[in-house]
Design a protein. Sequence first.
Length: 303
Amino acid sequence: MEIEKTFREFLEIIPDGALVIDQAGTIVAANMAAATMFDYSSSGLIDLPLDQLIPVEFRQAHAGHLKHFFEHPGKRSMGNGLRFPAVKRSGVTFYVDIMLNQMDVDGALYGVAIVRDYTLQQQAEEKIRRELEFEKRQALTDHLTGVMNRRAFVAQLNEELQQLAEHGTPFAVGFIDLDDFKEVNDKFGHQYGDEVLQAIGKMITSCSRHSDHVARIGGDEFATIHPMISAENAQQMMERLRTQLVSGIASEHLPVTLSIGLCQCDQLSQGHTVESIIDMADKAMYQAKSAGKNAVVLAKPAN
Ligand SMILES: Nc1nc2c(ncn2[C@@H]2O[C@H](COP(=O)(O)OP(=O)(O)OP(=O)(O)O)[C@@H](O)[C@H]2O)c(=O)[nH]1
């Protein structure tokens, strides 16, 4: 095709890549933006088969699309899901958004493709997605210990209640409160107290199963959720956790112990709500405190 000077100039005005192909799929005109996008010299794309810009594994399917395109004239818009894999001269693949249209020149049909590199948009979208993920995680994380915060704990508790209602999946909730933590702060300083809290958060996490959830819901108070567990197993697990935490943290100079309240949720007919579970686990934990601390108490189901 004899491309007029004005037409070539027009192609250069387009900020996106512009390619003109004949019905055999040969590139007969391309602007500088297209050459740059695909890593070719200013005239390097001319006379190349369009296939050259398409990854090998998509070429066969593309030949069919091209045939269909010339047989069924009509505009295909950009940004409406017409996203194709493309390949640069170096072999690097990337995605492009394409708007296709036909052009009749003296009875011969040509295809005009306006091509936009999707990589930049993809990178921007990916960056926003990562930032949102980070913000979301921050909003649900306890900054001192890195475990879930109270807000995340309540949300997870709601999730477990839903699982219980829909599938009858039981779970246990533990409230773990350090005994006489004020003395640790008073004796060793707040900074040291922070380190103890961090160590406790780490130890509870490492003693828990992958499916369990660990949160810090108050100053020296942690909470755990253990899906798919019986009351008996939950109690044994909490006992183990208590002794492991105490032996792992406590020393001659730092006599740390913990009081743990445990609430088992097996049936929704028990009338569980987030508030009632928190209340039961909290009361059980205070029973452990008033019975002399350093113990696990299982909450009695409400009748
Ligand atoms: N280092 C540190 N201390 C905290 C933090 N948040 C709360 N605390 C302290 O944790 C202590 C909690 O005390 P309480 O729960 O009232 O009582 P306790 O001394 O643990 O005694 P019992 O709970 O009755 O066994 C207080 O001294 C708070 O100042 C924190 O983020 N870092």
